[in-house]
Design a protein around this ligand. Structure first.
Ligand code: GLU
Length: 485
């Protein structure tokens, strides 16, 4: 029987969750689930200088919001815990000592603060690599602080196979005798990562391309312990488009780069996850672009991963998000959109569900709401030029001629009967009676009550939302302004 697939996401809690990290987590999750395997969350918090309080909660919350659900991890448990590296110190100590005992690592007493003389290639000069045993014993008896370093082979080369990038080979002469365990017993990333991936039974390591060059050091550690190598998949980076058309690593200057910031802008978590999945991965044999998490799992396979960088396209994400809005239940959309609308006047607040249904098919992000409904809260300043409309043959003069009848028309509708149906019936009757084109009649009405040429919803919808009183006030004021010209 094949070994059960186990993948992991191993973030360092150094701050917010960049979209590239989220993508790494997502691919590791999708692959595990596609293979009916396990997905592990492991917190790599050994770099205390870069530790950010709350970052662990932030990582957990983000994964939960993105529906990336670990099978094992902090708070969840599992057979290979603890899943936080700072709680596994005795484990690293044991394995570092094992390497010292079999000659694959050595104690270095040079300067426990970490400042060591440099050798020819800029790394540690290996002063302590071959200290006589008596010297080591004497230092140890004295209680002299030390670090434990990996004894790199001085010649030959180290290779490994990466699923996306093929064979990667590095001459061993380029490898520094890196620190595995610091003088306070804290492991370095390169050491703890290997120990944990092995002990946690990780079969496939999916992570960013920035680790391609550290992997030979990891491979040498696996070999030193006689452990089987996992499969390596190093993902191409996520890029952002610069103003001059070039691309560079996605960063704040391209726009929001964290899951959380994108959610705050009103992208739906499901749409973000869907978009991120397609950022460097293509499903085979389908043009489908909208995927639920279950569909992603069903389609996911590493063959679809791209080895070239992916460019984050905010417009594409907006389009996808809009598609999610369209597919959403009306009441649910109204509920999630409401906080983005801010404070509404009474009329709009009581008609929120209706207003939301008008906005729903038109938005790409929820934070577009305040701008798109501002004209309903407050009439924009008078601008006679807006009444010009070539297609419908409207001019400000023509509008001034038509509007008194429109006012009379609205006045004839009973307040209690102020519904979209009756407003619509009246307008249609009016157009017929006047024998004018509908566009000609509607344009002056639209401008006179909204003060803008483009609105979510047509004249009927806007009249309904504003209510009889405000609609008439606005129309009369606009007419007075037009007549005063
Ligand atoms: N702690 C590393 C990071 O946050 C993990 C790298 C890996 O997945 O091996 O980038």
């Amino acid at each position: 029987m094949n070994q059960k697939v186990r993948t992991r996401f191993a973030p360092s809690p150094t701050g917010y969750m960049h979209i590239g990290n989220l993508r790494t987590a997502l691919y590791a999750y999708l692959f595990a689930k596609a293979e009916h395997g396990d997905f592990i969350l492991r917190i790599e918090d050994t770099d205390r200088a870069r530790y950010v309080a709350d970052a662990v909660d932030f990582i957990k919350d983000t994964l939960a919001a993105a529906h990336i659900i670990p099978d094992e991890g902090p708070d969840i448990g599992g057979e290979c815990g603890p899943y936080v590296q700072s709680e596994r110190m005795d484990i690293y100590k044991k394995y570092a000592e094992q390497l010292v005992a079999n000659g694959k690592a050595y104690r270095c007493f040079c300067d426990a603060s970490g400042k060591h003389a440099t050798g020819e290639f800029g790394g540690y000069d290996r002063t302590c690599r071959d200290l006589p045993q008596e010297t080591i014993d004497a230092y140890m008896a004295e209680g002299k602080p030390y670090v434990i370093r990996q004894r790199m082979p001085l010649s030959g080369e180290t290779s490994y196979f990466d699923v996306l990038h093929g064979n990667i080979t590095i001459p061993n002469s380029e490898l520094e005798d890196q620190v595995l365990l610091k003088s306070d017993g804290m492991p370095t990333y390169n050491f703890a990562n290997v120990i944990d991936d092995h002990l946690m039974g990780v079969t496939h390591i999916i992570r960013g391309a920035e680790f391609i060059t550290s992997t030979p050091k990891h491979v040498l550690l696996y070999e030193s312990f006689g452990w089987e190598l996992p499969v390596f998949i190093h993902l191409a980076p996520v890029m952002g488009q610069n103003e001059d058309g070039s691309v560079s690593k996605l960063s704040k200057r391209h726009g929001a780069t964290s899951f959380d910031d994108l959610v705050k802008m009103g992208y739906l978590p499901e749409a973000i996850t869907n978009y991120v999945a397609l950022l460097g991965w293509n499903p085979k044999n389908t043009n489908q672009e909208i995927f639920s998490m279950d569909e992603l799992i069903a389609h996911f396979s590493p063959d679809g991963l791209s080895k070239s960088p992916a460019v984050f396209d905010y417009n594409k994400l907006g389009w996808l998000n809009g598609e999610y809005f369209k597919a959403m239940d009306e009441a649910e959309f109204a509920r999630i959109a409401r906080p983005f609308a801010g404070e509404l006047n009474e009329a709009l607040s009581s008609k929120w569900e209706y207003l939301a249904s008008i906005l729903k098919p038109r938005l790409t992000r929820l934070d577009e709401i305040p701008e798109s409904i501002r004209f309903l809260m407050e009439m924009p300043a008078f601008d006679a030029s807006l009444y010009n409309n070539k297609r419908n043959k409207v001019t400000p003069e023509k509008a001034a001629e038509l509007l008194p009848d429109a006012v009379a028309l609205l006045e004839s509708i009973d307040e209690a009967d102020w519904t979209t149906d009756s407003i619509n019936d009246k307008i249609n009757g009016f157009v017929e009676e006047k024998g004018v084109k509908k566009g000609l009649a509607m344009w002056p009405m639209r401008i006179s009550i909204s003060g803008q040429t483009v609105t979510p919803g047509g004249v009927t919808e806007i009249l309904y939302l504003l209510g009889k009183k405000i609609s008439l006030e606005r129309m009369k004021k606009s007419l007075a302004n037009l007549s005063a010209m």
